[in-house]
Design a protein around this ligand. Structure first.
Ligand SMILES: [Zn+2]
Length: 185
């Protein structure tokens, strides 16, 4: 884990972190009063972002990192090389000075994405004011992790994914059911 100064980071990393912080404004966090924004950068250099999403059934809450990683995967762009997390308390008393790191579940999700993509994603954990930034590789943050390699998926997923794409292609080629068939009485 290395302490970083925002101004001394490269342009791509500053943009990633700024995107994460900007995304935090969309947090739905009425229960914790704690907003988190996250952004991922993929091998294609595109950025995807997300914010935390809480729920009256507390255990259903979703982390910002999950939203960002899901956004990348939903765009068919799952080769994640870096992720930024920016969090702060906005309820009284506000606190924008503590470094926010990914929770254990999110570390596992980042690790999985990295192993499938053959990257070791860089993780920027940041305070809301960006005065405190810690940089680490996911392999440092989750040592000895169990991942897709343990199940042989890194080899088999590309082929299985090909089958998925082919199945969808065949479904689409078969055409949509007619309105008459869709509305059965
Ligand atoms: Zn999390």
């Amino acid at each position: 884990m290395r302490r970083q100064n925002f101004e001394e980071l490269g342009e791509a990393d500053r943009l990633l972190i700024e995107t994460a912080r900007r995304s935090s404004v969309n947090a739905y966090a009425p229960y914790s009063g704690f907003a988190v924004g996250s952004a991922v950068r993929t091998r294609s250099k595109r950025l995807y972002h997300g914010a935390n999403l809480e729920n009256a059934a507390y255990g259903l809450g979703m982390c910002a990192e999950v939203a960002a990683i899901t956004a990348a995967n939903s765009a068919g762009d799952y080769d994640i090389e870096a992720i930024a997390v920016v969090g702060f308390r906005f309820s009284t008393p506000p606190d924008v000075t503590q470094v926010v790191t990914p929770c254990g579940r999110c570390r596992q999700l980042i690790f999985e994405a990295g192993q499938i993509a053959r990257t070791d994603p860089v993780v920027f954990s940041c305070s809301g004011d960006l005065e405190h930034i810690e940089e680490a590789r996911i392999s440092e943050m989750l040592p000895g992790a169990f991942g897709p390699d343990n199940l042989g998926l890194s080899q088999s997923w590309p082929q299985l994914r090909g089958q998925l794409v082919e199945t969808v292609r065949r479904i689409e080629a078969a055409g949509a059911p007619s309105a008459g068939r869709a509305v059965k009485r």
